[in-house]
Design a protein around this ligand. Structure first.
Ligand SMILES: Cc1cc2nc3c(=O)[nH]c(=O)nc-3n(C[C@H](O)[C@H](O)[C@H](O)COP(=O)(O)OP(=O)(O)OC[C@H]3O[C@@H](n4cnc5c(N)ncnc54)[C@H](O)[C@@H]3O)c2cc1C
Length: 453
């Protein structure tokens, strides 16, 4: 018998998806119970792998009948402890709900199964002469369903907005067992509550998303990447604001510090591209060569210590590589606390200095690593040298964020990691409304019970 799962419940899951797709061997399920950071580790009696929307509905029905809690899991690249079974839940993996189902080149819409990796969505959009507006370093593993469930942001928000801005509609099974089918919705469609929008960012607490319909953006093939050195984060923030105004085709504006550059260089066995306290990587994409406009805009900036320009693919990739490798490099230091926050532009520079000071005072031996999507006011504060369960640094960082009028979660979500902080950010009325919505969509409390509220 599977520990924690009654024989009748196990048999019902096998009926729902087939014996080959109910995994109970601890060695086989091991990768599903620990998160990408190594900070959150749980246990599960079974991982179920439905292949269709109807099979997902069948699993949800079994969960309701047998009072099983479920954790929907896509690529398991989430960074807030929301995708792993921390309280012994059954894992519902979307791995077999994968595949691009349709691309409507005329309307610029793409439909894909929830388990499709983001990179496959991007490739399919490109093949149809369009582009997909969201990109993140976890693109090969993160799924499009997970992106919608977390309203993922990433590297292109400054140009195209987060996942929510790309979403036309989803298919999903709610915790009630009801189906949401918005895959046929049109670009303009004002017919009552936006249920797909509600599921976007709900972190698997209202329903299991089985497929998504996405809005594509025009392809902009001519690209220039520039890596700029600055003396401080405040100087970098000021420069990015000016670049956003001067360059309507700006597609990304990312930043990291000298310590982060050194860490990545050590990890990659190379030397930092830029030798300055803060590096900003900017990408501009247009239909005609944007180099002259970029040169003019960069030339008008104050406080630039170094400039590196790349127009061809390999050199562009080389300028991006340190930024894209930071998360991976930090993971090699050990389990870490990841605090993804956003601040008003006029607070970012001060915050970056102050947060490091306060963490150092509160937890001697802790090390702070800061990088992020500067164009969106979004910094990732990572702290190593702290026990996974010790929430002291979380309290220090998030407390400072609230003092400075920021958001405790810019793009990763609340998960279990920031649950205790949600009320302080959103207030009692918002929380009560969220609870009511959750109770309406999942009255039995079977979906991600440890997440969000
Ligand atoms: C190297 C790296 C870089 C990253 N960069 C970024 C970044 O720039 N921007 C950003 O926003 N995030 C980033 N992330 C975080 C992560 O990739 C995103 O949160 C991503 O959207 C998660 O997708 P996933 O398929 O891995 O979801 P999972 O990690 O499997 O799940 C995340 C949450 O969504 C729920 N969920 C997953 N699939 C479904 C579904 N089909 N239906 C309902 N609920 C579901 C889960 O229950 C969980 O609560 C990064 C992660 C890594 C490891």
């Amino acid at each position: 018998m599977t520990p924690g799962l009654a024989p009748a419940a196990l048999a019902a899951l096998v009926d729902a998806v087939g014996a080959d797709h109910v995994l109970t061997d601890a060695e086989v399920t091991a990768g599903h119970v620990v998160d990408w950071t190594g900070r959150f580790r749980g246990a599960t009696p079974a991982v179920v792998r439905p292949r269709t929307h109807d099979e997902v509905a069948a699993v949800v029905a079994v969960a309701r009948a047998h009072q099983l809690a479920i954790v929907p899991q896509g690529g398991n690249t989430g960074l807030v402890g929301g995708s792993v079974p921390l309280a012994g839940e059954v894992v519902l993996s979307t791995a077999r709900l994968a595949g691009v189902l349709a691309v409507d080149a005329a309307s610029g819409h793409l439909t894909a199964g929830a388990g499709t990796p983001l990179a496959r969505v991007q490739d399919a959009a490109r093949a149809a002469g369009w582009a997909y507006g969201v990109d993140l370093a976890a693109r090969d593993s993160a799924t499009i369903g997970g992106n919608v469930a977390t309203n993922a942001g990433g590297l292109r928000v400054v140009a195209h907005g987060p996942t929510r801005a790309q979403l036309v509609g989803v298919a999903a099974v709610l915790g009630t067992g009801a189906t949401v089918d918005d895959l046929g919705r049109l670009e303009k469609d004002v017919t009552g509550y936006d249920l797909s929008g509600l599921l976007c960012g709900s972190e698997g607490t209202l329903g299991v998303i089985t497929a998504v319909r996405l809005r594509l953006v025009p392809a902009r093939p001519e690209r220039v990447v520039v890596a700029l050195g600055f003396g401080s984060m405040a100087g970098a923030v000021e420069a990015v604001g000016r670049l956003r105004r001067a360059l309507p085709d700006l597609e990304a504006a990312e930043a990291y510090g000298a310590a982060e550059a050194e860490l990545v260089a050590g990890h990659l066995g190379s030397v930092p591209v830029v030798d300055a306290p803060v590096t900003v990587v900017v990408e501009v994409a247009a239909s005609t060569d944007p180099t002259d406009g970029v040169a003019e805009a960069v030339g008008a900036l104050d406080g630039v210590l170094e400039v590196h320009v790349a127009a061809d693919g390999p050199r562009r990739a080389a300028l991006w590589r340190p930024r894209e490798t930071i998360t991976e490099a930090i993971a090699t230091v050990g389990p870490h606390h990841k605090l993804d926050v956003s601040l008003p532009a006029d607070e970012l520079g001060d915050f970056a200095v102050e947060v490091e000071r306060r963490v150092g005072e509160a937890v001697p031996g802790a090390r702070t690593w800061i990088f992020g999507h500067l164009g969106d006011g979004n910094l990732h504060v990572n702290v190593t040298g702290v026990e996974p369960d010790d929430a002291t640094v979380d309290d220090v960082v998030l407390g400072l964020v609230l003092e400075r009028r920021g958001s405790i979660s810019a793009e990763h979500g609340i998960g279990t990691a920031k649950r205790a902080w949600l009320g302080r950010q959103r207030g009692d009325d918002a929380l009560a409304t969220m609870r009511a919505i959750r109770a309406a969509c999942d009255p039995d409390g079977i979906l991600n019970p440890a997440v969000l509220l």
